[in-house]
Design a protein around this ligand. Sequence first.
Ligand code: 4NP
Length: 153
Amino acid sequence: MTHRILFVCLGNICRSPTAEAVTRAKAAARGMDVILDSAGTGDWHIGKPPYGPMQEAARAKGYDLSSLRARQVSRSDFTEYDLIVVMDDDNAANLAALGPADRVALFTQYAQDSGADHVPDPYFTRDFDGALALIEHCADGLLDALERPARQD
Ligand code: 4NP
């Protein structure tokens, strides 16, 4: 089964492109079939590559974000993706006007042992390594959750 997942944050230049690239690499390592993309609720960075310091932190851990380009989330994303994974409650609130909330999940819900209830925005905190580590943890939990129903078949 192919899972179609869209990652959403505010600007689509830090957290969600990192989530996309990290989840893509981890899914490939597990042999899982996924279609992934990312988008922002805001429109400031449309067409831009991920933020330089975020790219550097990701590259140091083996993730190449350089080919990604920011875009804004749209209503059609709710039909094109099975699941829309957001980084914080503000992202979810901003999506409420575009489609049903039952298609939207908070990334940190897949890493409850982390104690985090959102992925802090490194554009403001400047903690790019911390954001990356939490995103890696959430991606592992998300892929575990996607694999689990298949094992019960
Ligand atoms: P992101 O971070 O939502 O993780 O991509 C942001 C990057 C830029 C801005 C906001 C958030 N900005 O306001 O320009």
